[in-house]
Design a protein around this ligand. Structure first.
Ligand code: UDP
Ligand code: MG
Length: 328
């Protein structure tokens, strides 16, 4: 598939998920292209995650001015994690950097990633020096999440690491093999392994616009993270059930003895109501946990593609990158 005339294998691909960031694209490119002087050749793939502003027009203009800047648009919003997956699928580089479009990830840090890459590291992740740009509430919730994940998760997440990173071709190919729908990228990067190292960087304020992640979206994402990397919540109910059953048995023994010794008494009704409500709650929670997992099993079983591409901008290998069905 290599086409020397098109320079089909650039040294580095930069993958940028974009959702309503038209204001940020030009300032990003103005800093990114000079910062990429540290590599021999590069391509930038903007994955438009179903934006409803003029992001696509901005991408077309960028591609017309510089064919190394390519674009890909989804038919609707599939979420940042899926946009990253599409970028990884489309990347042709011998390595790829993943970064946000809002200039919170400074392009100048890429040189430090590349230096580590040349030393032989394959999974180089940016570590945020401070988190001052997040609200206190978000920082607190993030800490709680990491705590929970650390206690339950079957893999270890490096602290302060996010999506800003450089992955070698080997790591990219491994990542391509993980087609799960509930994608928790931070977990996937850790899961694939490879020689990893953190490189500190300073997070900047968002260049323009507001964060695209509401607390609702973040909560959903946190659930995905826990549920796709541990089955402890599923198994925990076995133990909870066993403890409750043992207590019930002890209680029964107590009542039998009580009746034998003091005769029949009329127990209060408040305790009855409280215990019925409590155990109904426990059962509903455990059903909910089952639902979380079954919902994800269902999503996987349907076997739908991860995303639907609406348009490609500046793809020199257009035919080669079409899916087999499209080519026929
Ligand atoms: N993003 C995306 N799809 C979404 C939400 C966000 O592709 O549904 C992109 C967004 O355009 C940005 C990156 O993901 O490039 C990070 O988003 P944002 O800055 O809103 O998140 P935060 O920095 O607050 O975590
Ligand atoms: Mg941001």
């Amino acid at each position: 598939m290599t086409d020397p005339e098109n320079d089909a294998t650039p040294e580095l691909t930069v993958i940028v998920p974009v959702f309503n960031e038209s204001e940020n694209l030009r300032p990003l490119v103005e800093r990114l292209v000079p910062a990429l002087a540290c590599v021999g050749s590069f391509e930038v793939i903007f994955v438009d995650d179903g934006s409803n502003d003029d992001t696509m027009a901005a991408l077309r203009a960028l591609n017309a001015a510089d064919p190394r800047l390519r674009g890909l648009s989804f038919s609707r919003n599939f979420g940042k994690e899926v946009a990253i997956a599409a970028g990884v699928d489309a990347a042709r580089g011998r390595g790829a950097v993943i970064m946000d479009a809002d200039l919170q990830h400074p392009p100048e840090a890429i040189a430090a990633f590349v230096a580590r890459w040349r030393e032989g590291y394959q999974n180089i992740y940016g570590v945020r020096r401070s988190r001052d740009t997040d609200t206190a509430a978000r920082r607190w919730l993030t800490d709680r999440f990491y705590h929970l994940f650390g206690a339950f998760g079957e893999i270890e997440l490096p602290k302060g690491a996010g999506d800003f990173r450089l992955l070698d071709r080997k790591a990219l190919d491994a990542l391509k093999g993980l087609r799960e729908r509930a994608r928790f990228s931070k977990g996937l990067y850790a899961w694939i392994g490879f020689k990893s190292i953190g490189v500190p960087f300073e997070v900047a304020e968002r260049h323009s616009g507001v964060s695209k992640f509401s607390y609702r979206k973040l909560t959903r994402f946190a659930f995905d993270g826990i549920v796709s990397f541990t089955t402890v919540p599923l198994r925990a109910w076995t133990y909870v059930g066993a403890v409750i059953a043992a207590l019930a048995l002890l209680n029964a023994v107590y009542y039998v003895l009580e009746t034998l010794i003091w005769g029949v008494s009329v127990p209060g009704f408040a305790s009855l109501i409280v215990s019925i409500m409590f155990f109904a709650g426990v059962q509903l929670i455990s059903l909910g946990v089952l639902g979380e997992y079954i919902g994800r099993v269902f999503a996987e079983v349907k076997g739908r593609p991860l995303y639907v591409v609406a348009e490609k901008i500046g793809d020199p290998e257009h035919r080669a990158s079409l899916s087999p069905g499209e080519k026929a």
